[in-house]
Design a protein around this ligand. Structure first.
Ligand code: GTP
Ligand code: MG
Length: 201
């Protein structure tokens, strides 16, 4: 007997896959964020921080940190059955920034993670995405012990354009990270809809 279409249930959906970058300064929690939400075992490229690197690898605030990303983090999250995000965490240290151009190829958008104790460490990431016109949101990773600042103060310190979303988050919490990722997808979609409208009007 041949089953009719309605009897066979819904046809399998081919999900849309989107690439999202996770950027920000050294030790701000990028690897932690990808690990918190990835449904596959995240690919990590961690190397041990050494005594020799101490003058350049400033771990103040994250003294428990013993490793650093040297190439990238990679993870995957299914936001809806028809929407899958591939997450690419960038290395935070300046000496690995040559990787960013490769990693940002084809990215829909980015999350710039910030730590308010060392806000200046994410300036370069904000500049990078602004200059290339890649939509991004800022996620303020709220470490315990760090002073909490109103969102507007952080926005002003980062000199963010009005349209750029800023969200408080905890890079260790799946639900919190998921909200940030939904934020970046929505923001990027809205930006591209705006652009289409500008072209047609
Ligand atoms: N308390 C607290 N610790 C965190 C949080 N996020 C990350 N950490 C810790 O901070 C340290 C740095 O986190 P990573 O995820 O390695 O940071 P990263 O941005 O990937 O660092 P690089 O790749 O070296 O630039 C780790 O020891 C984490 O356990 C957070 O939200 N709260
Ligand atoms: Mg890392």
């Amino acid at each position: 007997m041949i089953l009719g279409r309605s009897e066979r249930g819904k046809p399998p959906v081919e999900p849309v896959t989107l690439k999202i970058l996770v950027a920000g300064g050294f030790g701000v929690g990028k690897t932690t964020l990808v690990g918190a939400v990835s449904e596959i075992r995240p690919l990590r490229t961690e190397e041990t921080l050494t005594e020799a690197g101490r003058p350049v690898d400033d771990t103040s605030g994250v003294e428990g940190k013993h490793t650093t990303t040297v190439a990238m983090d990679f993870g995957r999250i299914t936001l809806r059955e028809d929407l899958v995000l591939y997450l690419f965490g960038t290395p935070g240290q300046e000496r690995f920034w040559f990787m960013w151009d490769e990693l940002s190829e084809g990215a829909l958008g980015a999350v710039v993670l910030a730590d308010t104790r060392r806000l200046e460490d994410c300036f370069a990431a904000v500049d990078y995405f602004e200059r290339r016109g890649i939509p991004f949101v800022v996620g303020v990773n709220c470490f315990e012990g760090a002073a909490r600042y109103p969102a507007d103060d952080v926005r002003r310190a980062l000199d963010l354009d009005d349209g750029v979303p800023l969200m408080m988050c905890d890079a260790r919490e799946r639900a919190s990270v998921k909200d940030v990722l939904i934020g970046v997808v929505e923001h990027a979609m809205a930006r591209s809809a705006d652009r289409r409208q500008t072209v047609t009007t």
